[in-house]
Design a protein around this ligand. Structure first.
Ligand SMILES: Nc1ncnc2c1ncn2[C@@H]1O[C@H](COP(=O)(O)OP(=O)(O)OP(=O)(O)O)[C@@H](O)[C@H]1O
Length: 582
């Protein structure tokens, strides 16, 4: 229905200029109005009626077309945004860390409201305006073919001008997007707790106002450039437009072929026709300049659709790491960040976070990774879990009913499918408890309670107003949790994952000592049979029951052994254990 109304409105707008030429020409008759006669007054009334009805129809159909366009565009935009969100939920970990993909994702997001969803409506406006001008030119043809041609061409400068403006707008859009995101980041820091509280409680403001000011004025500068370009181009296009239409009038007036009646007809038709086409300049510019963005959107969607499904692995898995070396990629520097001191200070070459690391973790065992800050522990477990991929060296998991000597799982997707990780700086994703601990929503309430009990989080959830269905996070009207309570929920998520390899990066850093001891006791003595656990910890006292401890130092394996062996060897671990007791 909306589409039909839009098309009908467009049709009225499209046909109106030539219709007016014809109707007024007909009403005037071949000899003009002949105002002295009764017939002349009648004709004058018809002309007035044509003009009035024409003006009303034009204004109604133009606003109807715009409204219908909006009504069609909004659901279309919602559809595109939903599709994109759905596709983004399937990003691979590597893609989330890839600067190029991130840029593509942002471009696709920006493209939706401004380009993708309005493409059909813009195309319709442009085709309608072109048809309108062709029909107008046809209706003026018998008066003066060259004049008709000039009228048809009069819209071209306006279209080119708008194309020029949109081209610049689209060039500046990604840069503006970056500035806007940076400004939004600062705004969020100041608008929402806990960052706003932390900033309010700190003596300084972290230089945020000055940084935000730079972003706001950079954005204003970009708009200034666009506005200037608009003024210049529309100035030139208006001049050419005036010359073409003025010339056309002159030709019609002086040709001697036009009858007295056809001159007002031409005048009215031309004015109406040009008011139709002038509004389509923006649509044309948008259409032309948005095409690359739409292609970029489609390319991103194709890329995401081609992502492999993550295979599920059950049964025990062992871990084999051989000669693994890993250096984080250098951060791409954007041209427009040249004034940004932080971007300029990124080193050109990164020192490897891991250097020729080899180790084995037996299926079903529990192993701890220990080492100073920056020694490479998190990098190593991310490589094992398939979150990072290593170009140098190999990381494989071996799975099989015999406890780890069957199938080899070498690809990142296979490793990801076999493991569940508690991140050191996990995100407080503000959804319901159920969604947070069971993202795939596959488990029964009893199973969820079992996982919560293991993570010493059942009491917390029992005390919440809506139990498992309580909304987390005060920003959305939910409950606020302490850091340790959040961490226990994150731990429960891994316990409920059903994966054979649990990777826990400082999983109890915020948990109180009693709950920590209970969690480690459960991990060592009561974890599901065959589950392999790799845990990172800075607290040697919780590691006494580990099957093995691996000590990393500056990206190298420094020591391995049981707690007792390492303490007795008087090496790095012995020193760490000693320092932690003091
Ligand atoms: N995202 C990153 N981009 C670039 N370099 C990184 C990144 N993450 C870590 N690094 C670098 O890699 C090295 C190892 O970091 P990693 O996080 O693996 O150490 P860690 O042993 O887990 O430290 P911590 O005990 O502080 O958690 C560090 O020197 C760090 O600077």
């Amino acid at each position: 229905m909306r589409t039909v109304v839009m098309w009908l409105s467009m049709l009225v707008m499209m046909a109106m200029p030539s219709l007016q030429v014809w109707l007024i020409g007909w009403a005037c008759g071949p000899d003009g109005l002949g105002m002295g006669s009764g017939l002349g007054v009648g004709r004058f009334a018809v002309i007035l009626a044509v003009l009035t009805v024409g003006a009303v129809l034009m204004s109604v159909s133009s606003s109807l077309a715009q409204n219908m366009r909006d009504l069609l565009q909004e659901p279309l935009m919602a559809e595109y945004q939903s599709d994109l969100t759905d596709a983004l939920a399937r990003l691979t970990p590597a893609q989330t860390l890839d600067d190029e993909v991130t840029t593509q994702v942002r471009a696709a997001r920006d493209a939706i409201p401004y380009n993708v969803a309005s493409q059909a409506a813009d195309a319709t406006s442009v085709v309608g305006a072109l048809a309108s001008m062709v029909m107008l030119a046809a209706s003026l043809w018998h008066m003066h073919p060259l004049a008709a041609l000039m009228i048809a061409l009069a819209m071209v400068p306006e279209l080119l001008a708008q194309f020029g403006v949109e081209k610049l707008t689209n060039e500046l859009w990604p840069k503006r997007g970056r500035e806007s995101r940076r400004a939004n980041y600062f705004e969020r820091l100041l608008d929402y707790p806990p960052s706003s509280t932390e900033i309010a409680a700190t003596a300084g403001s972290f230089g945020i106002p000055a940084q935000a000011r730079v972003r706001y004025f950079n954005m204003a500068g970009m708009w200034e450039r666009i506005s200037w370009r608009t003024v210049q181009l529309t100035g030139v296009s208006s001049l050419v437009f005036a010359v073409l239409t003025g010339g056309a009038f002159w030709l019609i007036l002086t040709s001697g072929h036009a009858s007295v009646s056809s001159i007002p007809a031409a005048l009215v038709g031309i004015m109406t026709g040009l008011s139709v086409t002038r509004t389509t300049g923006e649509a044309f510019g948008n259409l032309m300049a948005s095409t690359p963005m739409i292609l970029a959107y489609e390319r991103l969607m194709d890329l995401l659709r081609a992502n492999p499904a993550i295979p599920e692995t059950t049964g025990p898995v062992g871990v084999h790491v051989e000669h693994l070396t890993y250096a984080y990629p250098t951060v791409a520097k954007h041209d427009d960040d040249a004034d940004d001191a932080s971007a300029a200070s990124v080193p050109a070459v990164q020192t490897p976070a891991l250097d020729d690391v080899s180790l084995d973790v037996e299926a079903g065992s529990i192993v701890a990774l220990v080492g100073e800050n920056g020694s490479g522990k998190t990098t190593l477990v991310k490589l094992i879990a398939g979150i990072l991929d290593a170009p140098d060296g190999t990381v494989t998991l071996s799975s099989g009913a015999d406890g780890g000597n069957g199938r080899t799982l070498g690809s990142w997707a296979e490793r990801l499918g076999a493991s569940s990780m508690v991140f050191q700086d996990f995100t407080h994703i503000e959804v319901t408890v159920r969604e947070f601990i069971d993202p795939a929503l596959r488990q029964s309430d009893d199973e969820l309670c079992d996982g919560l009990r293991r993570a010493r989080a059942l009491d917390i959830v029992d005390g919440l107003p809506g139990g498992l269905d309580t909304q987390l996070g005060q920003e959305w009207g939910g409950v606020g949790l302490s850091g340790g309570q959040w961490q226990r929920l994150a731990l429960a998520r891994t316990f409920l994952s059903g994966k054979p390899l649990w990777i826990l990066d400082e999983p109890t850093a915020a948990v109180d000592a009693t709950a920590e001891a209970a969690i480690y006791h459960d991990l060592i003595a009561n974890r599901p049979a065959g589950t392999t656990v790799i845990v990172i910890s800075h607290r040697p006292r919780v590691l006494t029951g580990m099957d093995r401890i691996i000590v990393l130092d500056h990206g190298h394996v420094n020591e391995t052994g049981t707690y007792r062996q390492l303490v007795d060897s008087n090496g790095t671990f012995s020193r760490l254990a000693h320092d932690s007791l003091e």
